[in-house]
Design a protein around this ligand. Structure first.
Ligand code: ATP
Ligand code: MG
Length: 214
């Protein structure tokens, strides 16, 4: 876990996701947030039993964790956590945020980095008001998702919620894990959509090929 010398306030970003698999969209987003918000570290947090993703079978947590490690290990500002994958129950962001305050005490400024798509249903998240009080959100642009839609959806709650949400433009990357899984299943190339070691890991472990999708 990252530490800061001199008792200074630690500025951490949490990048949560299924990361099935991690791709350049995630990495560009985290890098931009890290620089723009002067973060000490971005902690990648692969989800365990994802509460929002019960429609499809998610790849084993250990595979997703290892792919994430392969993608982030060379960046000195990036780190990753097993907190959610080791949790026995479905992990909610608010639980993760509480845990970070337990680990670091109050000398912590926490940001949750997320794509615009994820923020659209923020009011359905567990204890979202507490979550927004304890942790600012960095909502990044993502092709196909507009934050204007959020305004329409939230109506009068919008201005209260937006006090806790910073919008960040990132270089557009129309990449998704869904598209990568589809491409692997169809035998199409995924080169340059995800770091090379992740691509190699996918092929080595025969992830996302049709008979292993079930
Ligand atoms: P899936 O297609 O399986 O939903 P995904 O590509 O959306 O996968 P997730 O693991 O669901 O990836 O996303 C983790 C976080 O990264 C979310 O906050 C999501 O909005 C954000 N994100 C994913 N892809 C991009 C992208 N191309 N640009 C910006 N943010 C992204
Ligand atoms: Mg997604």
């Amino acid at each position: 876990m990252p530490k800061k010398r001199n008792g200074e306030r630690l500025r951490l970003g949490i990048m949560g996701g299924t990361f099935d698999p991690i791709h350049l969209g995630h990495l560009v987003t985290a890098e931009e947030a890290c620089q723009q918000f002067n973060l000490d570290h971005v902690v990648f947090m692969p989800s365990g039993e994802p509460p929002h993703k019960d429609k499809r079978k998610v790849t084993a947590a250990e595979h997703r964790y290892l792919m994430t490690m392969l993608a982030v290990v060379a960046n000195p500002k990036f780190t990753l956590s097993r907190l959610e994958i080791e949790s026995k129950q479905p992990s909610y962001t608010v639980d993760t945020v509480r845990r970070f305050y337990e680990l670091y005490g109050d000398n912590l400024t926490l940001y949750f980095i997320t794509g615009a798509d994820a923020i659209l249903d923020i009011t359905t998240w567990k204890d979202y008001k507490e979550l927004l009080e304890r942790c600012s959100f960095i909502a990044t642009s993502r092709p196909g998702y507009s934050l204007q839609k959020l305004q329409e959806l939230l109506g009068s709650a919008f201005s209260v919620i937006m006090r806790h949400i910073h919008l960040l433009e990132v270089p557009a990357m129309a990449i998704s894990s869904t598209e990568i899984r589809r491409r692997v299943a169809a035998g199409k190339t995924i080169r340059y959509l995800t770091p090379r070691p992740v691509e190699q890991y996918i092929y080595k472990n025969r992830l996302y090929i049709p008979h292993s999708l079930d």
